[in-house]
Design a protein around this ligand. Structure first.
Ligand code: CP
Ligand code: NVA
Length: 300
């Protein structure tokens, strides 16, 4: 594994390897056994969008590993004034041991990896969010003991989270079902791949998607960069909320996950959010452990 650009680049064995290492790093932290595996190493973190979890988990993770992380707001870099990604990649590669980038276009992340000479980590694009999905798979395994025979359903917008969850879920052997309103479906290529490689379905019927689910996942209706569509989307996504009724279709021991930030009373009711807050915040915590596993795997 040279970079982490999107879930489809990863083999099942690479995903499981990262999850196993993250479990080990979590154990070491909880038992006071942390090792400085990345002493003297520096991660640059370019942010073109806001972040709480991604920024703090990478920054704290690098510190815990004995290295250092630089927060680089795209507005303050020359990239914000039009310096090409190709040049930024070649310059930053001379200073850093790895680069994490959160941006809009997936092609910018791919270009950073193409032109730079250090590992590149996708910290979210409009197309994908692989770091989040790896933390989600880690959480699912903690709660369910494995992936075999599980049904994961995603309710809401066919966005970056849906695209990455579909691929990640299918790669580890879960059945994946998505409920989205017409016009808001996941990426067509992602769905084509999923249908050819596993048990996948996409419907506009929430009941069909959620029935018999072991894990039910949702995300915001308007992602970063779509703020001006929020009103229109609130209309389009009515009926795609995780609430008591939607959850009644799932298995009684279903785990609810949300990548956060959450908009209560939009994609999820406060009641369902609070009822499942343990799994949702375990999921957020696991970002730290999986980030460290990604860094150790790519930088060492
Ligand atoms: N889930 C997630 O990526 O959170 P942030 O936007 O806060 O980083
Ligand atoms: N779909 C959301 C995920 C945030 C972690 C967004 O892109 O804003």
């Amino acid at each position: 594994m040279k970079h982490l650009l999107k879930m489809s680049d990863l083999e099942q064995s690479e995903i499981l390897g990262l999850l196993n290492l993250a479990d080990q790093l979590k154990y070491e932290k909880k038992h006071g056994l942390m090792k400085k595996r990345l002493e003297g190493k520096t991660l640059g973190m370019i942010f073109q969008k806001s972040s709480t979890r991604t920024r703090v988990s990478f920054e704290a993770g690098m510190y815990e590993l004995g290295g250092c992380a630089l927060f680089l707001s795209a507005n303050d870099l020359q990239i914000g004034r039009g310096e090409p990604v190709q040049d930024t990649a070649r310059v930053l590669s001379r200073y850093l041991d790895a680069i994490m980038i959160r941006t809009y276009k997936q092609s910018d992340v791919e270009d950073l990896a193409k032109y730079g000479s250090v590992p590149v980590i996708n910290g979210l694009t409009d197309y994908s969010h692989p770091c989040q999905v790896l933390a989600d798979l880690m959480t699912i395994r903690e709660y369910k003991g494995g992936f075999k025979g599980l049904k994961l359903s995603f309710v809401g917008d066919g966005n970056n989270m849906a695209n990455s969850l579909i691929i990640g879920g299918i790669k580890v052997g879960m059945s994946v079902s998505v409920a989205c309103p017409k016009g808001y479906k996941p990426d067509a290529e992602v769905m084509k791949w999923a249908a050819a490689n596993g048990d996948f379905s996409c419907t506009d019927n929430v009941r069909t998607a959620v029935s018999g689910s072991d894990i039910v996942y949702t995300d915001v209706w308007a992602s970063m960069g779509q703020e001006d569509e929020a009103e229109k989307r609130r209309e389009a996504f009515k009926g795609y909320q995780l609430n008591e009724k939607t959850m009644s279709y799932a298995n009684s021991d279903a785990v609810v996950l949300h990548c956060l930030p959450a908009h209560r009373e939009e994609e999820i009711t406060s009641e369902i959010f609070e009822k499942h807050s343990k799994s949702i915040f375990d999921q957020a915590e696991n970002r730290l452990h999986i980030q460290k596993a990604i860094l150790v795997t790519l930088i060492q």
